[in-house]
Write a protein that binds this ligand. Structure first.
Ligand code: GDD
Ligand code: MN
Length: 386
């Protein structure tokens, strides 16, 4: 006769499993969303740590993996086949920390959701303390902060990142009235229904999910910050570089301007402005070198379009970044798009320009027209969604 244990063990792999014979497991009170990109080595360790720390809580982990080449999703699924507290969302053709966090939160049905890095830099023993805080009932969002008294960045961030992080925090506080000490933290826990209500207003681009939540809530969230020490990474590498700080400024500006313009467009505009500086510098050098004006102007345009292309590829469209041969095709379409943009720019400026008193208005309108065209056309052609 088979023992109950072997019977139950057999059921798991049996095709009849799920027909109602298996008892329902207890619904989770807490979902821990773990955005991941190339964290195969960290996921099993983290899951064991979570099991230990959350042993008195009904919980689940939701790994949201952007199709990591190192097979993170597969590793997580292997755990899930043994332990239903592990859930996996595998996203294909998409990249982005904020988007992954939002998707994970929306996949939860628990009362509380936490968002936490999957790379062991966040101290999982904070989770029960954060949950205890929310259970009391007078708080909607608990942030594990690296900045409040007792918390520290430890050795976890480079000095450049620390500097960028400080400047960004200061700006968030000034521009958005967000009084969080650590609005860049990627470690927090929130009532799910609050996250659910705010989700339609969140930007899936970038990585500033917490700042986005808090500023979108317009002061309606009751917030507490708890200190913790940011650990050093043991396996794998950070996906966020100094450039993401720029991305963050984009979000700040977009929020500040009430979401009338998209983060991407602002970024595109900032890159365009840098292109003007490049253009004038190149023009000056070429003219000094004795080149004839028209030729120098054309050459300078190409220099600026080229730096713009690479900056946009690196920043504005980092989630759709072109690589390999596609960079060359992209650069060529970008030249084509920008050439038409110049026509749009000059055309509009000409239409408006009537009286010398309005030269600046005509010029600005032309430039905006050119930028709008370049943006629309390049996002449709050069960095089209594949
Ligand atoms: N799904 C998905 N998609 N996950 C991602 C992506 C992505 O495009 N990029 C990063 N992640 C995951 C990583 O696998 C990791 O689990 C977590 O998001 C944080 O990424 P890291 O690359 O380790 O970030 P970090 O340690 O450099 O940055 C930390 O500090 C930032 C503020 O300075 C994190 O705590 C960030 O959340 C925080 O905003
Ligand atoms: Mn990290």
């Amino acid at each position: 006769m088979e023992s109950a244990a072997t019977l139950a063990g057999g059921m798991k792999n049996d095709e009849t499993a799920g027909t109602g014979a298996a008892p329902a497991t207890q619904a989770a009170e807490l979902s821990v969303v773990l955005p991941s990109f190339n964290e195969a080595a960290n996921i099993p360790i983290l899951f064991d740590l979570l099991k230990e720390t959350l042993k008195d809580i009904s919980w689940e982990a939701i790994v949201v993996d952007d199709n990591s080449p190192d097979g993170t999703a597969e590793i997580a699924r292997r755990i899930a086949r043994q332990d239903p507290r592990m859930r996996v969302i595998r996203r294909i053709g998409r990249r982005g920390l904020s988007g992954a966090c939002i998707e994970g939160m929306l996949a939860s049905s628990a009362s509380y959701v936490a968002v936490m890095d999957a790379d062991l830099q966040h101290d999982e023993t904070m989770l029960p303390k954060m949950l205890a805080e929310l259970r009391i009932g007078d708080t909607d969002l608990v942030v594990a902060s690296r900045k409040v008294d007792g918390g520290t960045v430890g050795e976890g961030l480079s000095s450049m990142r620390t500097w960028g992080s400080n400047v960004a925090n200061g700006l968030a506080q000034k521009l958005l009235n967000v009084t969080l000490k650590d609005p860049m933290s990627g470690f927090f826990m929130i009532r799910r229904e609050k996250a659910e209500a705010l989700a339609p207003n969140l930007s899936s681009q970038g990585f500033k999910i917490l700042l986005d939540l808090v500023s979108s809530a317009n002061g309606s969230l009751r917030i507490r910050e708890l200190p913790f020490t940011f650990r050093e990474r043991q396996h794998g590498e950070s996906k966020l570089d100094t450039l993401v700080t720029l991305d963050y400024f984009g979000l700040l500006l977009a929020k500040y301007f009430g979401n009338v313009v998209s983060v991407r467009f602002l970024m595109f505009g900032l890159v365009g402005a840098s292109g003007l500086v490049v253009h004038l510098t190149a023009l000056r050098i070429l003219l000094l070198g004795g080149m004839e004006f028209n030729l120098a102007q054309t050459a300078a345009s190409f220099v600026a379009m080229t730096t713009n292309f690479f900056l946009n590829n690196q920043l504005t469209y980092r989630d759709r970044r072109l690589r390999g041969l596609r960079v060359i095709v992209g650069l060529l379409t970008f030249y084509a798009v920008c050439s038409v943009g110049v026509l749009a720019n000059v055309g509009v400026a000409n239409l408006i320009y009537a009286d010398p008193a309005y030269w600046w208005f005509a010029g600005t309108a032309g430039a905006i027209m050119g930028a709008v065209w370049n943006y629309a056309a390049s996002s449709a052609l050069t960095w089209r969604k594949s």
